[in-house]
Design a binder for this molecule. Sequence first.
Ligand code: NAX
Ligand code: ADP
Ligand code: MG
Length: 278
Amino acid sequence: MMQRLEMDQIRQWLPNRENDHNTTKRDYGQVLLIGGSAGMGGSIIMSAEAVVHAGAGLTTVATDSNHHTALHSRLPEAMALPLQDLAGISERIKKSTVVAIGPGLGLDERAVNVFRIVLASIRDHQILILDADALTLLAREKSKLRTEHVILTPHAGEWKRLTGLEPDEQIDEQNQRWAKDLGATIVLKGDETRIYTSEESYLNIKGTPAMATGGMGDCLTGCIAGLCAQSEDALPGVLSAVYMHSYIGRELAENQHIIRPTQIAEALPVYLKKLTHM
Ligand SMILES: NC(=O)C1=CN([C@@H]2O[C@H](COP(=O)(O)OP(=O)(O)OC[C@H]3O[C@@H](n4cnc5c(N)ncnc54)[C@H](O)[C@@H]3O)[C@@H](O)[C@H]2O)[C@@H](O)CC1
Ligand SMILES: Nc1ncnc2c1ncn2[C@@H]1O[C@H](COP(=O)(O)OP(=O)(O)O)[C@@H](O)[C@H]1O
Ligand SMILES: [Mg+2]
């Protein structure tokens, strides 16, 4: 049966440093983000803003070198790697708690190469998030997902590419079966996002049409990566990220016609603190 995400449950899963002693950035996870081909650097920068604001200890972004200045001027906290530096990316994967690939990645040869490297290098103890163009590549390449903790974050169009299901065929029973077959946790995004593991399914709180702005999913990918990096288990990290993303969107929409994805990222540290005390 589908479980509704509730604030009381989410609150217990949120990272809370109030009782931590002698910790360093290394205790809060390392995230590697991969994406942002020419003209789409903004997408992976939006993901990176969410990762940093969610509290990941260290954040690295592999993106087209043309975007490094933009990344650093918005987010000096993040490190950068060129998207074509396969050896560098491979080395960085080894050190990562979470790897997220896809926003603005593109579908060209460079994208395919880096996608293959990621799938070949990721290990079972690591969390892998596939979004946007990485989902299209997954559908095209029909790759097998070998790691234990894989999270896919499709919208209805990307889910159709992966499963062949038309939007009106994307019903719980089918989605659940596909989650099992793919061996992944599915975050099926929409105005009411649903999450499927092979055994369970969850219904998120409703977001708001004010969140229907380009880059909102890129921001969600960063929220998931950042919270998973600080979570013992992947699933609580995923569920709390999906919830927080919509919760903050709704809060901001009380006074705004639309919400910029970067505003959700910006508000994360405040709401992460606030919700743990509510
Ligand atoms: N600032 C930026 O650089 C941005 C870059 N973006 C990147 O742009 C690329 C293309 O992303 P798109 O999401 O447009 O995907 P695609 O162009 O891959 O897919 C869109 C297709 O899916 C269909 N579809 C069905 N249900 C849909 C739904 N609920 N939402 C969206 N499309 C649906 C559409 O009709 C369309 O045919 C990705 O790499 C993405 O990360 C976007 O994230 C927007 C912001
Ligand atoms: N009408 C809406 N109501 C609630 N949430 C929405 C609405 N429209 C979009 N969203 C949310 O915004 C995000 C859009 O993701 P996606 O389509 O991948 O965007 P992008 O690729 O532009 O970043 C999802 O998290 C989705 O749940
Ligand atoms: Mg998207």
